[in-house]
Design a protein around this ligand. Structure first.
Ligand code: ASP
Ligand code: MG
Length: 440
């Protein structure tokens, strides 16, 4: 059994939905189709939730009406037989009535999750209705019946496995299963989600739970590219990556795969394929346990990074200084990405400024604290590149003239990260494209 996950743009237009139905029915193996919400829907639902939370009901109503009009238009081109048109209309009526009811009751955090869940519920139900119109036998598996997270918001893979296997066994004569990405139930049994972009995570968890043959992530680009196509002219898809390489890239800015979605596939040894809905014959990127040889695979950039330097002569020959420093970040639940130290100073980076003021205040007694905002982490990723001396030489030769603020080398053998002021990002990505890949 395989997993095919389609993102928002792959289902965002009626003709795209028709197209992916074609891709799914071509399969010989049974398949679980995981769908995102139609592109733009989750953003619209976030906005609706915000309006309701601020008591701006008329703005919320307008946004709900606008979204409903979009869906009415969508189904008018999705289905054409009277029975399915009627079903699609009633699905839309049901979900938008729900939003309109929420508008009238008092807002809560739990309700906002219910609002966000509507996108994936709609996309999967509408897709199932289209399959029905085409006479394609299938089963809709409600994610809320098997996908769950615990009190720490961690997926409960054991329980997902048991429940999902049961649901599949009840339908063991079927070959196509459709389910919602992103949504789940939390420890209180309420509707919740796996955070923005979480449909990839669903796909990986489902793949792990049923030990799928492959987890395919279908988007609108032909795999993970060696560099950011928005910043450099010529980029090429990377054919193969190890999970470790993919994790570094996904975390450090490659937008193609949600970083959390790596571990379930990695742990259960399920190969992941990144494929392009618009170009299904393209090879894409295959992610597996092993890397196919040494060498630089790709570079990625992560924006909005804040660098903090704490300088203190008291650090000299002292112990416990780093622990105290990191405890401040732990207290404010702020992850630290890069760290470099000298005998009298430590520099580190964070990408979450929510508690920056309080953090800085608590660091003050430790020494002189300097902050540089608006930095970018550039990560160069490839199997064992940090141990390959000519790669390191080439890397630094290709970025001469860029004021590098920090270098992280040796934390992982597969990654060298540089911190640079954001205004140098395009330049450095272009220079690396030329220097490391020979592409301009
Ligand atoms: N629809 C959700 C989002 O936009 C989940 C996803 O698409 O992965 O964040
Ligand atoms: Mg997505």
């Amino acid at each position: 059994m395989k997993i095919m996950k389609f993102g928002g743009t792959s289902v965002g237009k009626p003709e795209r939905m028709h197209h992916i139905a074609g891709l799914v029915t071509k399969e010989t193996e049974p398949v679980i189709v995981v769908l995102s919400a139609l592109s733009g829907t989750t953003n619209a639902l976030v906005e609706i939730g915000d309006f309701i939370s601020k008591g701006e009901r008329s703005a919320a109503r307008q946004a709900i009406d606008k979204l409903e009009a979009h869906y009415q238009d969508f189904i008018s081109k999705l289905v054409s037989k009277p029975a399915q048109v009627a079903k699609a209309k009633s699905v839309i009526a049901e979900h938008f009535e729900f939003l309109n009811i929420i508008l009238r009751i008092s807002f809560s955090e739990a309700l906002s999750k219910d609002i966000l869940a509507q996108g994936e519920l709609l996309s999967t139900k509408l897709f199932a209705i289209y399959l029905e119109e085409k006479g394609i036998s299938h089963v809709l598996l409600p994610a809320l019946e098997f996908m769950s997270i615990d009190v720490n918001d961690e997926p409960q893979i054991g329980s997902i496995k048991v429940k999902l296997t049961q649901l599949l066994q009840q339908n063991n004569d079927k070959k196509i299963f459709v389910t919602q990405g992103y949504i789940c139930r939390n420890a209180r049994g309420e509707v919740d989600n796996l955070k923005r972009g979480g449909s990839d995570y669903t796909a990986s968890l489902v793949a792990a739970a049923i030990e799928a043959s492959v987890c395919e992530i279908w988007t609108d680009i032909d795999g993970m590219h060696n560099n950011d196509p928005r910043m450099v002219k010529k980029t090429v898809p990377v054919e193969q990556l190890s999970f470790d390489e993919a994790a570094e890239l996904a975390y450090f800015g490659a937008k193609i795969l949600h970083p959390a979605s790596i571990w379930p596939a990695q742990q259960y040894k399920i190969p992941v394929k990144l494929l392009n809905t618009m170009q299904p014959e393209a090879k894409g990127t295959l992610i597996t346990q092993q890397a196919d040889g040494v060498g630089v695979k790709a570079v990625a950039a992560k924006d909005n990074i804040i660098a903090i330097r704490i300088k203190s002569s008291r650090m000299l020959l002292a112990y416990g200084f780093l622990r105290k420093t990191f405890e401040v970040f732990e207290k404010y639940k702020t992850p630290v990405d890069m760290v470099t130290t000298s005998e009298v100073a430590v520099s580190l980076t964070i990408d979450n400024a929510t508690n920056l003021k309080s953090i800085l205040k608590e660091l003050e007694p430790f020494g002189t604290v300097e902050v540089d905002e608006n930095q970018t982490i550039i990560s160069v990723v490839g199997h064992e590149i940090a141990q390959t001396s000519n790669i390191v030489k080439k890397l630094f030769e290709s970025i001469l003239k860029v004021p590098v603020r920090m270098v992280s080398y040796g934390g992982s053998p597969h990654n060298i990260s540089l911190l640079v002021p954001a205004e140098y990002k395009t330049q450095i990505l272009q220079q690396l494209n030329k220097g490391m890949f020979g592409l301009e």
